[in-house]
Design a protein around this ligand. Sequence first.
Ligand SMILES: Cc1ncc(COP(=O)(O)O)c(C=O)c1O
Length: 426
Amino acid sequence: MTDTTRAAHGSLAGLLDTEAIRKDFPILHRTVHGGKPLVYLDNAASSQKPRQVLDAVNDYYEQHHANVHRGVHVLAEEATALYEGARDKVAAFINAPSRNEVVFTKNASESLNLVANMLGWAEDPYRVDAGTEIVITEMEHHSNIVPWQLLAQRTGATLKWFGLTDDGRLDLSRIDEIITERTKVVSFMLVSNVLGTVNPVDRIVRRAQEVGALVVVDASQAAPHMPLDVQSLQADFVVFTGHKMCGPTGIGVLWGRHELLEDLPPFLGGGEMIETVTMHSSTYAPAPHKFEAGTPPIAQAVGLGAAVDYLTGIGMDRVLAHEEALTRYALERLSEVPDLRIIGPLTGEDRGATISFTLGDIHPHDVGQVLDEQGIAVRVGHHCARPVCLRYGIPATTRASFYLYSTPAEVDALVAGLDYVRGFFG
Ligand SMILES: Cc1ncc(COP(=O)(O)O)c(C=O)c1O
């Protein structure tokens, strides 16, 4: 580390005490490739888990496991209380008006498929069918593209989207032509998993409300990194995924406005989601259970509850301030690397802690592999958002993404690693 970078670290206001935080994450202390310290910069794909989450899941299985909602014995009651307690925690974390608006799914992808299918099966005024329109954006993750393509193909609805500007923002210049009286639903990400862009929710919601369209916000890259208030977003549905926010894999969230969840039909049928069943027909449990067919991801929900406790204990405003400071520092340091082109906003304004880039003519897979040999874990490829790469005329990018335990020294390690990559292929 040079004197300049050392001085810069000292002036990075808002950083968390990462030394203390990192003690909670056992995996961050392991080494790779023959003793190299792990520099984990793949947080947009999945975050690491603190001891508090690992212990909560372990304790659940060791002391309380049984199936939920069904039994009269003590373990069933404890498991149910823990599962439903996790729902309370998530509801508080996103400032939901009611715990019954929080549906547990297996990930964000399932949450988005659930909404798309509900709207396909719905009665008017929500029904998506021929003659109606669905609006998404060119920066979406495949999880927020493919379910809508399927819905459009099955119903005859038209799929439209907002394009991107050269500097990695949504091009909303034709918003009134794209969101029209025919639009039934507008679905977009709050924060891009490739570009890092934070999108202007207010403006899109205002236009959607003018034409009576429903709004779905994919908050998968927002919930882990910033305070999330579903009431102030004014969307109709918000989705996110547990494994990116210190929680286990196999748990996702769909938040929906109560009256919508009550009115819309279920997608998956099975145990737990019914009121009564005869051989001819069934009636359904009230939301959220109407949307949770079968044995739910109990241990995973308990783990997500512990993750929410952990993040709340640190404070989401402090997590955001940490990542903003680190991102500004990373943008500054990466701008010093010759031939490095950032794909996405170049300044820290309205920008999350994910930075994608190309490095001259060196293929991102080669960049990723040589970085990995130095212990630096980044993501390479199209990051499940191939239309973004097509838009910017590149096959793939290298992506570094930070989290609450990431440090300026790790940014420095990345920059040094990239210098080594350039030398290696130079
Ligand atoms: C913005 C965004 N949406 C959706 C997803 C899908 O999340 P999951 O794979 O957990 O369903 C991701 C995951 O990378 C994402 O970044």
